[in-house]
Design a protein around this ligand. Structure first.
Ligand SMILES: [Mn+2]
Length: 238
């Protein structure tokens, strides 16, 4: 069975078409005969054309093995080196991720890692000049939401956003050994948005998959580096 036949035999056929279209677009061959893929092809082609020296590219990749899903995000500098400002933002997001991962342990509840990440991200937004005021107040009022508009993770398992409750009644669910989740803080400064202009266009997310253990958690995706020096090193070899 060819890989195409395998894809066609599952509901992944549209994804296979999109991937084929993307690959074909890189070779200059436009597969326009199949209308199902036309929109996807255009989207991907436009995104590829936009990459410029000095930009960042955020890759949020899903994979499946033996029926279990993975979900990993890394942010790369297109030219192979983070600018000083990009690295400043990157280091804040990485510190937030480390704090969140440290908060994934039995006895903590679902919201603990998010609150740990949020505190560091909001302090970072103040340090960067994107927000001003007391961190507690900025968290309470949601003033950070233009720059961090999603939560720090979700359940992971047979599906990439797996089933499972986050609260039981009014209470956040307690973390228990064996639970799998993502840890994915980010900071995003939209062009034309309310951040200082020097920050606009920078968007960074770092996502790992973790499993709660007896006394903490195990990072399943740590073979792919998050350290910015290691990412630059990785890019220098390709
Ligand atoms: Mn995710």
């Amino acid at each position: 069975m060819t890989i195409e036949e395998q894809f066609e035999s599952t509901d992944l056929a549209p994804l296979a078409g999109a991937i084929q279209a993307a690959c074909a677009s890189l070779e200059g061959d436009v597969p326009s005969e199949d209308p199902r893929y036309e929109g996807r092809f255009v989207d991907i082609k436009q995104e590829i054309d936009k990459l410029q020296d000095g930009d960042l590219v955020l890759v949020d990749a899903g994979g499946e093995y033996a029926g279990y899903a993975a979900d990993i995000t890394r942010t790369f500098p297109v030219n192979g080196r983070f600018s000083a400002l990009q690295r400043e933002v990157y280091d804040i997001v990485l510190a937030a991720q480390n704090a969140a991962i440290a908060a994934v342990r039995p006895g903590n509840h679902w919201d603990h890692p998010h609150q740990a990440a949020l505190r560091i991200l909001v302090q970072g937004l103040v340090d960067l000049g994107a927000l001003s005021g007391e961190v507690d107040h900025l968290i309470e009022t949601g003033a950070f939401k233009p720059f961090f508009m999603h939560r720090t993770g979700h359940w992971l398992g047979r599906d990439v956003h797996d089933v499972g409750d986050y609260k039981i009644g009014e209470e956040w669910r307690e973390l228990e050994p064996g639970m799998a989740l993502t840890v994915e803080p980010g900071l995003y400064f939209a062009p034309g948005g309310q951040a200082p202009e020097r920050l606009q266009g920078i968007g960074i997310r770092i996502e790992d998959d973790v499993v709660v253990t007896a006394d903490g958690c195990e990072i399943l995706t740590d073979d792919v580096p998050t350290d910015p020096d290691a990412i630059e090193e990785l890019m220098a070899h390709e």
